[in-house]
Design a protein around this ligand. Structure first.
Ligand code: TRP
Length: 456
């Protein structure tokens, strides 16, 4: 018991306002923007998908993010304990935290493999073999990499060891310091990339694909995917933002932080989209290429500019860093749960998490080679973990959290938390967020989920 109290007393906090923003943004911005957003938009017909994604972000993402941050800061503990603290005795809301831990493992399993591809591409970019605007060349390079089980496994384990190392340094030094320095650089490089791509021959076709909706392509499963992406993008539904909220200072403005993170995150996704689709149409790639899309088109864009190879190395380094910030926030959830719930020292909790991930994650590293024909419910392990986490657990976690705040925690306590105990004068924001959480977000999320899963 003594020990447990010590943990709470010694919890880290983010030290500065900018640091909070950078770390929270660091969690949101990641391969979701650079890899997942473009490939899902491409596979689901472009602008219509984008529109639904935007709607989901505003109506569901924004209020749920405020709810997670507020609950986290109020309780100042890991997701499971936080919900136990704030819920009436005996009600099992803490299960949201437990489900979140499962989601964290599933997401990290495939995410770490994509980060592994990014790390590997840093070295391939240095070697120069992938720099080409010929789809056959860039596709062959990508397929050769993911088809090799030994390479895939080793890169993934390397990534996991790297992440474990940063987490051992602790919250302020590890997560905050890295995020603060490097996020702006990524933004800058994407801007350059975008400018290059927009000057290509068929740039307008790419832009039309991204911005002119074709409503015939919007199916219920596309809508579920767009909503799942909104959760995934803002790191919602599994306690990652809740955990970061628990490190927020008391004077941090939660609604303002949420809006800024969402806006910046959206900018990064849009820049990635505008860097990729003009090139897709100019060089004859398939927009629906799937998870390979970024890895095969980005080299083509770089092949068009002087010093392209050097800049491509920089791009993959920065993508690796953005992915690292996101991975840290995911890994932090099981680590802090093991540490605070089971009284396992933080170091050992980190190592345990990393080790389990090396095991579970290897099923994703082997998905494109040894296990290529192994499927459950018609999906390989990589896609299955992605589907279950993004399209089932995260939305379900979001629904339950919204219901918890809207119907159990209540307007007064939520408003108190969002206004920093009355110090901020933001009753309209609070009222709007509460209304959405109580009536709109959970119902909408549930409908989309049931329809998308063919249960309705
Ligand atoms: N948002 C991150 C991205 O876009 C991924 C991520 C980090 C995440 N933490 C999360 C997704 C928690 C879901 C839940 O790359």
């Amino acid at each position: 018991m003594q020990e447990a109290n010590n943990h709470t007393a010694k919890r880290g906090t983010f030290s500065s306002g900018f640091g909070v923003l950078a770390a929270t943004l660091g969690s949101a911005v990641g391969l979701g923007n650079i890899w997942k957003f473009p490939y899902l938009t491409g596979a689901n017909g472009g602008a219509g998908f984008l529109l639904i994604y935007l709607l989901a972000t505003l109506v569901i993402g924004l209020p749920v993010m405020m709810a997670e941050l507020a609950v986290g800061r109020q309780a100042r503990s890991n997701p499971i304990t936080a919900l136990q603290k704030l819920a009436p005795k005996g009600q099992p809301w803490w299960l949201i935290g437990a489900a979140g831990m499962i989601a964290a493992f599933l997401i990290l399993s495939f995410y770490s493999e994509v980060v592994a591809w990014v790390f590997a591409y840093v070295f391939k970019a240095i070697g120069g073999s992938i720099l080409s605007n010929d789809p056959h060349v860039t596709e062959a390079a990508f397929n050769a990499m993911i088809g090799d089980p030994v390479q895939s496994l080793l890169w993934q384990w390397g990534v996991l060891i790297f992440i474990g190392g940063i987490l051992l340094l602790g919250v302020t030094k590890g997560i905050e310091a890295l995020a603060k320095k490097l996020m702006p650089l990524l933004f800058l490089l994407l801007l350059v990339l975008c400018a290059v791509s927009l000057s290509l021959d068929k740039a307008s076709e790419g832009l039309a694909f991204l911005f002119n909706p074709d409503f015939s392509k919007i199916t219920s499963s596309a809508i579920l995917t767009a909503m799942g992406l909104a959760f995934f993008k803002l790191s919602l539904g599994m306690g990652a933002m809740l955990t970061y909220g628990s490190y927020f200072r008391d004077d941090q403005n939660i609604p303002m932080t949420t809006v800024r993170v969402m806006a910046a995150d959206l900018c990064v996704s849009m820049l990635a989209g505008m860097a990729i689709f003009p090139a897709v149409f100019t060089f004859g790639f398939a927009p629906a290429a799937g998870p390979a899309l970024v890895f095969i088109t980005i080299p083509a864009v770089f092949s068009q500019i002087p010093m392209g190879q050097l800049l491509m190395v920089a791009f993959f380094v920065l993508a690796a860093i953005a992915a690292t910030g996101a991975m840290l926030s995911l890994t932090e959830v099981p680590v802090v749960i093991l540490h605070e719930r089971l009284n396992i020292p933080r170091r050992r909790a980190t190592m345990l998490t990393i080790l389990s991930l090396a095991l579970l994650g290897s099923t994703c590293a082997l998905t494109n080679n040894v296990l290529a024909n192994f499927k459950l419910f018609g999906l390989n392990m990589f896609d299955l973990y992605d589907f279950i986490s993004s399209n089932v657990i995260l939305p379900a976690g979001g629904i339950l959290l919204a219901v918890f705040v809207g119907w159990v925690w209540g307007k007064e306590k939520f408003g108190h938390a969002l206004s920093n105990q009355g110090k901020l004068n933001n009753p309209t924001v609070t009222r709007a967020a509460f209304f959405l959480l109580r009536y709109v977000s959970p119902v909408l999320t549930l409908l989309v989920m049931l329809k998308g899963l063919n249960l309705l």
